[in-house]
Design a protein. Structure first.
Length: 73
């Protein structure tokens, strides 16, 4: 089983690759049609939420730079 990797893209989506499933709040699984890589919308503009459709282009700015979270309380 491959490790799941999430990549936070600059000015765009979260790319998910590896062995994963995506479920809605009721626990229903999205049918990913055999895909092992998908992109999730972060901007809220996609007409295909939760998946990215590229609607963010020119409307969403975020420089994705990794940082350390503070210790858990």
């Amino acid at each position: 089983m491959s490790k799941t990797k999430l990549t936070i893209n600059n000015n765009g989506s979260v790319r998910i690759e590896g062995d994963f499933e995506i479920v809605d709040k009721a626990g229903n699984t999205y049918d990913l049609g055999g895909r092992e890589i998908v992109s999730i919308c972060r901007c809220g503009l996609s007409q295909n939420k939760p998946f990215c459709d590229g609607a963010h282009n020119g409307h969403f700015e975020h420089d994705a730079v990794a940082f350390a979270l503070p210790p858990k309380k």
